[in-house]
Ligand binder design. Structure first.
Ligand code: MIG
Length: 703
């Protein structure tokens, strides 16, 4: 017996030893590491094999430390290092000196703990050294924990000792790409999800939602999605529709589809405890609910009153949950909004379920208490939703918006920054929030444009939508009992500003879509901090007003004071004839010298999207050269995974007094099908020529 015990210790020890698991990626185990209490990893896509020993000159190493009820890991940080990431956080872009708690919490108006814990947990820190080289640290565990950033990066967990993964690279971009390799990348969303989206808590009854959709078309303000918040349900019962307010959900969705809209509908995790309610009863029959420590179904209050909560750690429950989407999606629903999935429980301790509630697990997930699974409850929920939706509609790209999340949950869906408010502070805060989420793997995100809580003034809304046109996820939303916050609700000036803003977004869709493809294939976020433009320029490290979209556009909100700008010639460009210099609301959009931005036609929704007629905005560099790429696919479905896409490159070079523009194939078989472009070339901010480019070359005379 003793002998057997010793052997098993040795096996564990050799499997879990400090080692290199990828090029310049090291994993470190504390001596008291218990794999059952930490693995499988929720962050990593795959358990990594150890490749070799960690070289003696490897500098960044965690110091593990065990207290009675806490497990700690600390990594010393050199002076002059800029810290980022830590997921969804309030406060500044630069995280040095910050403390946050990773315990997913419903946080209306961000008041709980002054926003020091929000809806998501990312045990992840990105460090950028003074010289621009960079590193990343994952504390690979899901337990309730804190991150404290000072002269060290410290993780203090209420769970058992955990392992730490450290990435070393030459730039922050390379660190994010490696993070993408380890934790996965976002899936390519359907093209329509890049359009502007309109929401409110709640558009009801169905006639009101139709009216909103009609207003967008009548006023010629581009929009792709109308959202349905909880009031469409019958007494907040998930997967039901109120019989008087929404008697015909299929008809509602058809109405939207006929006008080029999509419909996204909300599904919360709490299942109303009610005899005769089929969802509740089938959950009961399958024993699918989270248990209390005494083994009874846990019951807590949410919108419908008493609810039980699916135990998403169980494979059977994941399947059951996924299957609930079958009839639901058959009503023509295009996307799903999983809210309240921290989970929020109104009468539970700290607004959630007790830490000693019991999850039964299954497959490779061990049974354990809520303290361990709380932070991934929402992630498991959206994963189950995603699998169910894919099963019932295998030909379409799913779209799920989740409020809660964990490092790696971007693999399953997009997110938004929860219940912000209609204030100038929240408007400004949205930029560092979206940036740090992007620096933590979640590139598809945005705040509620206009602010959720409280009423919003016309002036604030105008600024918000002007900026909001550039968020990766661009959706207006508003809380119950606040003023109307649709683009036309504030009078003509703001309506015009909204139209201008969204026209800019829609004309930039070819560029946006190319960036989403880049994010889905490399893990680099869509919206990027300004310091990415010049990682050695430390004066850019804390800039959080101006930001980059991709590498080639730099956005500066109108209200930005003394913004930093990277060196080089960043020219202000006009996207749809607007002149931001004289505009009260519209951010300045600058283009990097040496780049080419593909700009599409003005459309009202993405069903009208085409790329056969493009404007190329060309900013030549000092050598008279520029280049840019364009990614295209069907915008829907999975053909793109089988070569049904086109990635092309535009190049411009100057010879004598003319510029030669050419397009060439990078990859993808769609390239052969769409050869002809009508091009309008904007060269260094002057419209020089309009011509047909037949997959060959175009010469533009400069004089
Ligand atoms: O307890 O469904 O963050 O966007 O409108 C509030 C109603 C529940 C919280 C979400 C918000 C949504 C609201 N929900």
């Amino acid at each position: 017996m003793l002998c057997f015990y010793l052997i098993s210790i040795i096996t564990v020890a050799s499997e879990y030893k400090n080692s290199i698991i990828a090029k310049r990626v090291a994993v470190f185990y504390p001596s008291n590491f218990d794999s059952k209490a930490n693995l499988p990893s929720f962050a990593l896509v795959n358990e990594q094999q150890s490749l070799s020993e960690i070289p003696a000159n490897w500098k960044l190493r965690p110091y593990f430390h065990q207290l009675a009820n806490q497990s700690c890991a600390a990594i010393a940080v050199k002076k002059g290092t800029s810290l980022y990431g830590t997921g969804e956080v309030t406060g500044t872009l630069l995280r040095n000196g910050k403390e946050i708690t990773l315990w997913n919490t419903d946080n209306y108006n961000y008041k709980t703990d002054s926003g020091k814990r929000l809806y998501q947990s990312h045990p992840w820190v990105l460090g950028v050294n003074a010289d621009g080289t960079a590193f990343g640290v994952i504390a690979d565990n899901t337990w309730k924990q804190q991150i404290i950033l000072s002269d060290s990066i410290k993780f203090i967990s209420e769970g058992p000792a955990f392992r730490v993964i450290i990435i070393e690279r030459n730039s922050p971009q390379e660190v994010l790409a490696e993070l993408g390799n380890l934790v996965g990348k976002m899936q390519m969303p359907p093209l329509w999800a890049l359009g502007y989206q309109q929401s409110r808590y709640s558009y009801e009854p169905d006639s009101r939602a139709k009216e909103i959709a009609d207003q967008f078309r009548k006023r010629q303000i581009p929009c792709d999605v109308i959202w349905f918040d909880i009031d469409y349900m019958e007494r907040f019962k998930i997967f039901s529709f109120d019989k008087t307010k929404f008697p015909d959900p299929k008809g509602m969705n058809d109405y939207l589809h006929n006008k080029g809209f999509k419909g996204i509908w909300m599904v919360d995790p709490g299942v109303k405890v009610e005899n005769g309610y089929s969802v509740y009863e089938s959950g009961l029959a399958g024993n699918h609910y989270v248990k209390t420590k005494d083994g009874k179904d846990f019951v807590g209050k949410v919108w419908p009153g008493d609810c039980s909560f699916p135990d998403f750690t169980r494979p059977e429950t994941q399947k059951w949950w996924g299957n609930l989407y079958k009839d639901y999606m058959a009503t023509g629903i295009d996307g799903v909004w999983n809210d309240m999935n921290e989970p929020a429980v109104f009468d539970g301790p700290d607004g959630t379920m007790p830490e000693d509630n019991w999850h039964r697990g299954g497959g490779d997930l061990p049974a354990d208490k809520h303290l361990r699974y709380h932070n991934v409850y929402g992630t498991l929920m959206i994963k189950s939703s995603l699998e169910g939706i894919l099963k019932t509609r295998p030909e379409k790209r799913p779209f799920i918006l989740s409020r809660s999340g964990f490092l790696g949950s971007h693999r399953y869906g997009a997110t938004w920054t929860g219940d912000n408010k209609g204030s100038v502070d929240d408007l400004k805060l949205s930029i560092p929030m979206v940036l740090n989420l992007g620096l933590s793997g979640q590139g598809f995100c945005g705040p509620d444009i206009g602010g959720f809580a409280d009423s919003t003034s016309a002036e604030l809304f105008g600024h918000w939508i002007a900026l909001g046109a550039f968020y990766p996820f661009s959706r207006g939303h508003a809380a119950i009992k606040t003023n109307e916050k649709e683009p036309w609700a504030f009078g003509k000036e703001v309506e015009d500003a909204s139209r201008t803003a969204l026209n800019r977004r829609y004309r930039l869709l070819p560029y946006f879509y190319t960036l989403f493809h880049e994010a889905a294939s490399t893990g680099i976020p869509i919206m990027r901090p300004l310091f990415f433009a010049d990682i050695k320029d430390t004066s850019l490290r804390s800039e959080q007003q101006s930001f980059l979209l991709g590498d080639n556009l730099l956005i500066t909100p109108k209200w930005a004071a003394k913004t930093k700008l990277p060196k080089g010639n960043w020219r202000i460009i006009s996207i749809n004839g607007e002149k931001s210099k004289n505009d009260h609301f519209q951010p300045d959009v600058r283009q990097r010298e040496g780049s080419i931005i593909p700009i599409g036609n003005l459309i009202q929704n993405t069903t009208q999207y085409k790329t056969d007629s493009l404007t190329l905005s060309i900013c030549l560099d000092k050598n008279g050269k520029a280049s840019g790429t364009l990614y295209e696919d069907a915008g829907e479905g999975f053909g793109y995974k089988k070569d049904e896409y086109a990635m092309r490159q535009f190049t411009a070079s100057t010879k004598a007094k003319s510029v030669l523009v050419s397009v060439s194939k990078i990859e993808g078989k769609l390239y052969e099908n769409t050869k002809i472009y009508k091009l309008k070339v904007v060269l260094n901010n002057k419209v020089i020529e309009s011509n047909w480019l037949k997959n060959t070359k175009l010469t533009i005379k400069l004089e």
